[in-house]
Design a protein around this ligand. Structure first.
Ligand SMILES: CC(C)(COP(=O)(O)OP(=O)(O)OC[C@H]1O[C@@H](n2cnc3c(N)ncnc32)[C@H](O)[C@@H]1OP(=O)(O)O)[C@@H](O)C(=O)NCCC(=O)NCCS
Length: 144
């Protein structure tokens, strides 16, 4: 049984193991910063099994009115393909259904990660900005 629930405090070793399982080096290089970003988020939900093992996590940045930005959604590599990512994202879609914008950034479809992520997000009903005559802009993503 997988339980999806909000959490407010974060164990660095546990968070490291989850992010490391999907090879997110820029995050695991400073796990204390990741834990601060989780603590400062609007909402963090986790997926845990009956023993309490952390299987996945998603977090949002939001004003709870106009915009919900999904920043990070990941499932421990060992547990991919078991519907956990779907449950995390469906939970967020429902929780923020009243917001005008429900958005996220992910790798471009021309990359290996992008191919997988685009397939996942499309399966969950999300569409790319340009498909609804919108564009997303940002400063160049740096190393920090
Ligand atoms: C993307 C990610 C969160 C998906 O989680 P998951 O638990 O493996 O996905 P699910 O098992 O819930 O899959 C949900 C649906 O997406 C589809 N899907 C998932 N990964 C897919 C892939 N690589 N290719 C094609 N379809 C895929 C599944 O077939 C499934 O469809 P269904 O529910 O209609 O049968 C997970 O692969 C992950 O953690 N990746 C690394 C971190 C990352 O890149 N996160 C996203 C960028 S922010």
């Amino acid at each position: 049984m997988v339980v999806i629930a909000p959490e407010w405090s974060f164990d660095e070793a546990e968070i490291f193991a989850l992010y490391d399982s999907v090879g997110w080096g820029p995050w695991t290089r400073d796990i204390a910063r990741v834990c601060r970003s989780l603590a400062n988020s609007h909402l963090v939900i986790t997926a845990r099994d009956e023993s309490g093992r952390l299987l996945g996590l998603a977090r949002t940045v939001s004003d709870d009115e106009m915009i919900c930005y999904v920043q990070e959604l990941l499932v421990d590599k060992e547990f991919h393909g078991q519907g956990i990512g779907r449950r995390l994202l469906e939970h967020l879609k429902e929780r923020y259904a009243h917001c005008r914008y429900f958005m996220l950034t992910t790798d471009h479809e021309s990359t290996r990660e992008g191919v997988a992520n685009h397939a996942f997000y499309r399966r969950l009903g999300l569409i790319e900005h340009h498909e609804q005559k919108l564009s997303a802009f940002g400063l160049r993503v740096g190393d920090t």
